[in-house]
Design a protein. Structure first.
Ligand SMILES: [Fe+2]
Ligand SMILES: [Fe+2]
Length: 131
């Protein structure tokens, strides 16, 4: 689902940005590694990693609010899959608090926030693009 949305984003983006290959796959990979290291709940962390920037991918709201809009979108998406409510809340926390590890309230949220930062080191070419 996220891959598909990323392909749609690239097709419609003037800069043809590949959100999956340029960012999300690195966040997913780093978050998975951190979750294993810290003994965090792998599924919560992986869902949080996949969905943390969903509001950017869906172009909902502004970049400044993408963590809050992402939380709303993630809730809608996971409810469609009948994802259990208690676990859904934990994924929402990962999305809402992904922008700074200082905001993280538990180990799963920390994994996603740190992975979001580490992902930029996994993708050095995009730093040159940005510069
Ligand atoms: Fe983000
Ligand atoms: Fe991100």
């Amino acid at each position: 689902m996220v891959r598909q949305k990323s392909d749609e984003y690239r097709t419609n983006d003037p800069g043809q940005y590949d959100f999956w290959s340029g960012h999300l796959k690195y966040v997913y990979h780093e978050a998975t590694e951190l979750a294993k290291q810290y003994g965090a709940d792998l599924e919560i962390v992986q869902l949080g990693a996949l969905l943390h920037d969903i509001a950017l991918l869906e172009k909902v709201g502004s970049k400044a609010d993408h963590h809050e809009n992402g939380k709303k979108l993630t809730e809608q998406i996971l409810q469609e899959y009948n994802y259990p409510e208690d676990r859904l809340r934990r994924v929402l926390g990962c999305v809402l608090h992904h922008r700074s590890s200082k905001d993280a309230e538990n180990i799963e949220e920390l994994c996603v926030a740190d992975a979001d930062i580490l992902a930029h080191f996994g993708n050095i070419p995009i730093l040159f693009d940005a510069a």
